[in-house]
Design a protein around this ligand. Structure first.
Ligand SMILES: *Cc1c(COP(=O)(O)O)cnc(C)c1O
Length: 364
């Protein structure tokens, strides 16, 4: 049997059936029904956020958060090149210019000490990413933003269920986006949300995800359609009940990997950060000066039907759609990490024996 990098979490089948039964009575399938509103309220609590607006996926939540701030066209946004395509695309699709800041070699999040050098009169925001659930330097980013009057929007796609200093990671910044995609720690099949404090943003984000329609005869914005359906929300309600137990299983695997791969020369593990309670979402490993290259390890695992992922590779500047405008040579730490990183399989029912097999192939 092959092992994939992840395996989507599903609640017990009967539990989901029970949850969607009502939908057959009401025939209310989407457009902010009971399941949607229930999940939204549960997540406001879970994410320690005054407001949560649900979306059909995380990407459109991020796009709409950026739109909601109404930045001037062609303004600049400082961000990281070591992320998933979504982060940069959300900036560009809003008509804004991404400015790539290099990353910290330990957390692989944006290097806060390099942000100020990139600020120009056109800079309006910083969009960092809590990569793999590693938490950015929130305090330093916040003080830079205050000093220069910039907004901070976190791509917290990887951070569901994590806390920093006792508060949900997604509660920091002017707004955060969390993804509930099938491959994430918590899923609604496809899904995501915006989490934030500002009361005035609620109506704007509600409107933007529903064609800008405010009332039966009132259309205020040129909005798209990004509503979460009742079936997605029902999946979220069920999966939320099992979140703690799933995170616990993930953290068991995380600690087993650390036991087997820690103290091996040339292998850099995901850092353990002070003040952070981790969600075990990913287990990235960097092969910096190991006896085998990242690609050799990847190939050997593949030959054994174990499919790790080169995540994130390539860096954003090297994408076909960006390579004419940007150079990855400007962010050497990110470039190097993308060449050396491999995300190892991790999901709640991955067995100890499977983890041992994976590690013995890596070390063999
Ligand atoms: C998954 C992910 C997204 C996008 O989320 P979707 O829900 O798949 O649209 C954005 N950023 C990062 C870093 C992600 O991993």
């Amino acid at each position: 049997m092959s092992i994939l990098v992840t395996k989507s979490t599903l609640p017990p089948f009967e539990e989901y059936i029970q949850e969607i039964k009502e939908i057959w009575d009401t025939h209310w399938l989407t457009n902010m029904g009971v399941k949607h509103d229930t999940l939204q309220a549960l997540l406001e609590e879970k994410l320690d956020s005054k407001h949560v607006v649900l979306y059909t996926n995380g990407h459109l939540a991020l796009e709409n958060i950026i739109t909601a701030f109404n930045f001037p066209k062609e303004a600049e946004v400082i961000t990281t090149p070591f992320t998933f395509a979504s982060t940069t695309h959300a900036i560009v699709r809003n008509g804004l210019k991404p400015v790539f800041c290099d990353i910290d070699s330990d957390t692989l999040c944006i290097d806060a000490s390099k942000i100020e050098d990139l600020i120009t009169p056109k800079t309006v925001a910083i969009i960092p990413v809590h990569v793999y659930g590693n938490v950015c330097d929130i305090e330093r980013i916040s003080s830079i933003a205050k000093k220069h009057n910039l907004k901070v929007i976190y791509d917290a796609a990887h951070s569901f269920g994590e806390t920093y200093k006792g508060k949900a990671v997604a509660s920091y910044g002017d707004a955060s986006m969390v993804s509930f995609h099938a491959t994430k720690v918590f899923n609604t099949i496809e899904g995501g949300c915006a989490a934030f404090k500002d009361d005035s943003m609620v109506q704007i984000l509600d409107d933007l995800k529903n064609f800008g329609i405010r009332g039966p005869e009132e259309v205020r914005f040129v909005g798209g359609n990004a509503k979460m359906s009742e079936f997605q929300a029902a999946m979220g309600i069920c999966n939320l009940r099992h979140l703690d137990e799933n995170i616990k299983k993930r953290l068991h695997i995380d600690s087993l990997y650390r036991k087997l791969l820690g103290n091996v020369s040339g292998i850099q593990l995901k850092p353990v950060q002070e003040g952070v309670s981790s969600n075990g979402a990913y287990f990235p490993v960097l092969f910096n000066s190991f006896k085998k290259t990242r690609d050799e390890v990847f190939e050997q695992l593949s030959e054994n039907e174990i499919y790790a992922r080169k995540y994130f590779y390539p860096v954003i500047q090297d994408y076909d759609c960006y390579k004419d405008k940007y150079s990855s040579a400007d962010t050497p730490v990110a470039k190097k990490a993308s060449l050396n990183v491999l995300c190892l399989p991790i999901y709640p029912d991955l067995s100890d024996d499977e983890v041992k097999t994976i590690c013995s192939i890596i070390l063999g």
